[in-house]
Design a protein around this ligand. Structure first.
Ligand code: EPZ
Length: 431
């Protein structure tokens, strides 16, 4: 089983290119089959989850052609099968985007109930509520979500929670419905806006994405497009916090600084210098980190997907910090692993972590419980004294392209090892 072997202590220094946004790419891939014409997508991240989505498109008869590692040509023209039952799709959350895309275009969809990171209940009741409001019959049978409609009509839908997935899914289902759809209490994340922009480039008429009221005027059909996905704000934020934790000096390139504002603000608060330019942000951690409080919120609040990373940084910050997770019910599972590295954190009521900063982490063998927690444990290991081994790195590779290679380019002592012998070699090499 592949693992990361890490020798901590090196400050991360240098520049790193940020890839396309995973959570935009997954939805855009599903949406790309809504037209029979060819769609060219650039800045596609080459990660496990996007490749699972591409296999799923091929499994229903769509065509996928990779022009290079980050550019893909998709055509939904030859889609015949409305049932996505590809086994690997069960493991990812974004499979539900095929519901909105196929219901929107074919008025019928059958998709296995979504999987994804084990960070909470993760229901899809708001997706189903939106589809039903548009006139679809939706039922769950044998682990499948089946949605069908003789006709889809516009509707005024009020989301009970600000849900990224439900906002995007309902938006896709509505783009070819008859009449106008209004989505109230819509999610405002940059990837929601990116998907709306993509759909508009296919000929949809969507206004208000990025605010909490999105208006969609149904059109009869969609045409082809060429589109480049926005940079990944969470990949960028992960490297920014890696700079903070290793007392480094890292510039993340090919980013949209506006999307990183809440992350930059918190890094400033804990004592880092943050310099923004047009498409890059530099983080210098010259002083000891200091404590703060943070609560995860829907955009533009501090992202839940950055919660494990800031907790690792606060674990090394002088004083007592509090991190409150307000989006998911069970997103502190990794704290047990971090404790093995010497962190002093108490989780109360399931969604509040009280953190007493320690001077340093020590290397340990830990397992990644999910994607972002796994990345956070890597960051902790990069600062720890001694050698750490990170297990279950498949979770990390679902969402981070070339994670260990990019870290190595910044000076980290990290290798991907696949056997005890390779691990021993790493231990000998790094002493
Ligand atoms: C997306 O998940 C992302 N995943 C998550 O990123 C991210 O953490 C999350 O949005 C919040 O930003 C993808 O885009 C593939 P939600 P999603 O619907 O759509 C509740 C990562 O690390 N809810 O915005 O599942 C839900 O339980 C992953 O990249 C309902 O109650 O998140 C949660 O408490 C992890 N009913 C809250 O809303 C619903 O029908 C926000 O969930 C849907 C959601």
């Amino acid at each position: 089983m592949e693992q990361y072997a890490i020798k901590g202590g090196n400050p991360l220094v240098g520049e790193v290119e940020i890839g396309g946004a995973k959570n935009a790419a997954l939805a855009i891939l599903a949406a790309s089959i809504m037209t029979d014409e060819t769609v060219l997508i650039e800045n596609m991240p080459d990660i496990r989850d996007t490749n699972v989505m591409m296999h799923a498109i091929e499994s229903i008869g769509g065509s996928v052609e990779k022009l290079d590692r980050h550019t893909v040509k998709i055509s939904g023209k030859s889609v015949r099968n409305m049932a996505i039952e590809d086994d690997s799709v069960k493991k990812i959350r974004a499979s539900y985007y095929f519901l909105g895309a196929m219901l929107g275009k074919y008025k019928r969809a059958q998709v296995t109930l979504p999987g994804g990171c084990n960070i909470g209940l993760r229901p899809i009741d708001q997706h189903i509520k939106g589809f039903r409001a548009l006139g679809a019959d939706v039922r769950i049978e044998h682990g499948l979500v089946i949605a069908e409609a003789a006709h889809l009509h516009g509707s005024h839908i009020y989301m009970d929670v600000s849900s990224v997935g439900a906002t995007i899914d309902v938006m896709m289902a509505a783009v070819m419905a008859d009449g106008q759809t209004i989505i109230e209490n819509a999610a405002k994340e940059p990837h929601v806006v990116d998907v709306a922009n993509f759909l508009n480039s296919l000929g949809a008429v969507i206004k208000g994405a990025g605010t909490d009221v999105i208006r969609i005027r149904g059109v009869r059909r969609l045409h082809g497009t060429e589109y480049a996905i926005i940079p990944d704000q969470i990949e960028a934020g992960t490297f920014m916090f890696a700079a903070a934790v290793t007392k480094g000096d890292v510039t993340v390139k090919n980013v949209i600084p506006k999307h990183l504002e809440s992350i930059s603000a918190k890094l400033n608060e804990i004592g880092c210098e943050v310099e923004e330019s047009d498409d890059a942000v530099r983080v210098v951690a010259a002083k000891p980190l200091t404590h703060t409080h943070v609560k995860t919120l829907p955009y533009p609040g501090f992202p839940t997907d950055m919660q494990p990373q800031i907790t690792v940084a606060l674990g090394l910050s002088r004083g007592t910090s509090i991190v409150t997770e307000s989006v998911f019910e069970n997103r502190f599972k990794y704290v047990d692993e971090l404790t093995r590295m010497g962190a002093s954190i108490k989780v109360e009521g399931g969604n509040t972590a009280i953190i007493d900063g320690v001077n340093r982490y020590t290397g340990a063998s830990v397992s990644a419980p999910d994607l972002r927690a796994g990345a956070a444990l890597v960051i902790a290991a990069l600062s720890a004294e001694g050698i750490s081994v990170i297990d279950d790195i498949k979770f990390i590779e679902r969402g981070y392209e070339d994670f260990h290679i990019k870290l190595k380019s910044l000076g980290a002592q990290i290798e991907k090892v696949d056997s005890e012998r390779e691990l021993q070699k790493f231990r000998l090499k790094t002493g």
